[in-house]
Design a protein around this ligand. Structure first.
Ligand SMILES: [Fe+2]
Length: 236
């Protein structure tokens, strides 16, 4: 069985089982980039499955374990156990939240030296609740988001959960930042606009997200529509 789906040269995704998020079944997705030196960069590492790990090892050496935001941390310790020599990176606020995880480094608002030639990054600012670190794989022009856009298939949820999903704005093709998180940007919209402007300046052609359907065409148009709530102006 193939656990990895190749998106482009040196970038793969792997879809995982759902985890429960306030009772909602959230399917998960991790992203793997192979750097020119053969080292693997793993974004939002998912539940460990032995066959999947074998497949990953056949690509290269797992070297960097990246938690993109403070609610994506469930499996990091398992990965550190399997790959003790990999460097682990905390997202803003996670080191304080998960004191049991010994992160090696903290992600910042600029790409880490280890991958700056191939992957750019920015912290999406403006929320009083959570900051997500956003990544861009330069050669494939794939933008890697986590929860900033959630985009579930219209039939993914049923019953009252379907209603909640629609109300919170996380249903395809109109997926966006979930309503409760959007609300926490009330005093930070201008910061959010700056972050979004940076992301748009990368001119991504695909968007990988952690929950729901990825965006494989018209990525910039999708971003502008999805992030209308930050009020991006032409001058930003
Ligand atoms: Fe998430």
């Amino acid at each position: 069985m193939n656990f990895l789906i190749k998106l482009d040269d040196n970038i793969w995704i792997s879809d995982g089982d759902a985890v429960s998020w306030y009772g909602m079944a959230y399917t998960t997705r991790m992203t793997i980039v192979k750097l020119k030196d053969g080292k693997l960069w793993v974004h939002s590492p998912g539940k460990i499955i032995e066959e999947m790990i074998d497949e990953i090892k056949s690509l290269g050496q797992v070297s960097y374990l990246v938690s993109p935001n403070k609610i994506h941390h469930l499996f990091i310790n398992d990965w550190i156990n399997v790959f003790p020599n990999a460097i682990s990176y905390s997202s803003p606020g996670l080191r304080e939240k998960r004191k049991d995880i010994s992160f090696d480094k903290d992600l910042s608002d600029a790409p880490e030296q280890e991958w700056e030639a191939e992957i750019d990054q920015v912290i999406f600012k403006g929320s009083s609740a959570m900051e997500e670190v956003v990544f861009f794989h330069k050669t494939s022009r794939v933008l890697i988001l986590t929860d900033l856009i959630e985009n579930f298939h219209p039939n993914h949820f049923s019953g009252y959960k379907k209603v909640i999903a629609k109300l919170t704005g996380i249903v395809s093709p109109n997926g966006k930042t979930p309503l409760d998180w959007r609300a926490s940007f009330i005093f930070g919209k201008s910061e959010a606009r700056k972050s979004l402007a940076k992301i748009i300046s990368w001119k991504p052609n695909k968007i990988v997200i952690s929950h729901g359907e990825c965006i494989y065409s018209n990525a910039t148009e999708f971003l502008l529509k999805s992030f209308k709530w930050v009020g991006l102006k032409k001058t930003d």
